[in-house]
Design a protein around this ligand. Sequence first.
Ligand SMILES: *Cc1c(COP(=O)(O)O)cnc(C)c1O
Length: 432
Amino acid sequence: MKNEELKKRDLEVLWHPCTQMKDHETLPLIPIKRAYGVYLEDFEENIFIDAVSSWWVNIFGHTNAYINEKIKEQLNSLEHVILAGFTHEPVVKLSERLVELTPDGLSKCFYSDNGSSAIEVTLKMSYHAHKNDKKIGKDIFVSLTNSYHGETIGALSVGDVELYKQTYEPLLLKTIQTPVPSDTSVTSAKEAAQKFEELCKERSHEISAIILEPLVQGAGYMHMYDREFLVLVREICSRYDVHLIADEVMVGFGRTGELFACESAGITPDFMVLSKGLTGGYLPLSVVLTSDEIYAKFYCDYNEHKAFLHSHSYTGNALACAAANATLDIFEKDNVIEQNRKTAAYMAEKLEKFKGLKNVASIRQTGMICAIDLKGYKSEDRVGLRVYTYALEHGVLLRPLGHVVYFMPPYTITKEEIDRVMDTAYDAISAL
Ligand SMILES: *Cc1c(COP(=O)(O)O)cnc(C)c1O
């Protein structure tokens, strides 16, 4: 049988991400035959609602007819071309649109393949910009406690989730973590900003940039904070000549209720990093947007130490750009942000009843991200795994982060599908 055969062949040759492979001695892999809308279908006619958007990337459903068509169209004329010295229409068009849609002042796009590599690009660009400008490098990056920016060495260095970072500590760059606001109040936003300002007062001459996830720290257990923090940090950065890097890899493209989370605070960062939803969850692509001011620091007669000589083989891949353009078309033609606000309001209603469960410590929500903290368990209880397993048996893909059960579905999810997801999670948590 196909299902059993694939599981067996897989474990012979594959090593899966973020997985203790030995767990698969008891926890079966799930081969997926096809996917459509919010559904994943296996080889035994089970269907699962993808309530985590396949690791937060899928925004308009799987095998979306429109995006499929646009990729196929592109495939007939150009699949890929070297982006050094050459260009193509999909990448030009995408860049024009991103410059138009992102906060005022972001005017140049630099492409890469995934979130982590775009973080590497930004860190190097920030360091290099200061160096070109002042002849001296500022070699410390500041990030927030509990932050996550990916898992390549540089990205891991600015992250602060122990689970991913601890083992590799001796390999990492010099970074400092300043406290993230402890909750969603304006007071804690102000307190945290003050701590950052104190740090700048003392060491801004060494600090290249602060990098943060605006409004929601994703892999940091869906921790949320108020927009006021962004307003204050923007102002502090400008005053101390420290770059502000907004990592919108997860929150970008409508997840929080605005197209970009920075908009909620009305700020323009010096660098904005986008990936995940950029191609609608179809193909790997990421982009760093920055200002003319930063760009100008690299623009001069040829001098091998001044140009930004960073490159990836697949930079600006034409198929990925076509998927991204199709994704932006959907934002343009369907009133996505407005519709997301309605869906988020419905999720908020449904979330209320979790408050009544005795093992629920708290619930929170920003746009189409909802999170539930469970209480009373130790890490060896592996409650996340138990919720995951229960939900799968009931046709829903949830993937809790430790003791945090969260929902981050594709935007195309219907009310009935939300009911199924939330009711299943409710039953799973009740059954613990
Ligand atoms: C996922 C994520 C990254 C890393 O992106 P990859 O494509 O997984 O390398 C970086 N920052 C944030 C906020 C993310 O959620």
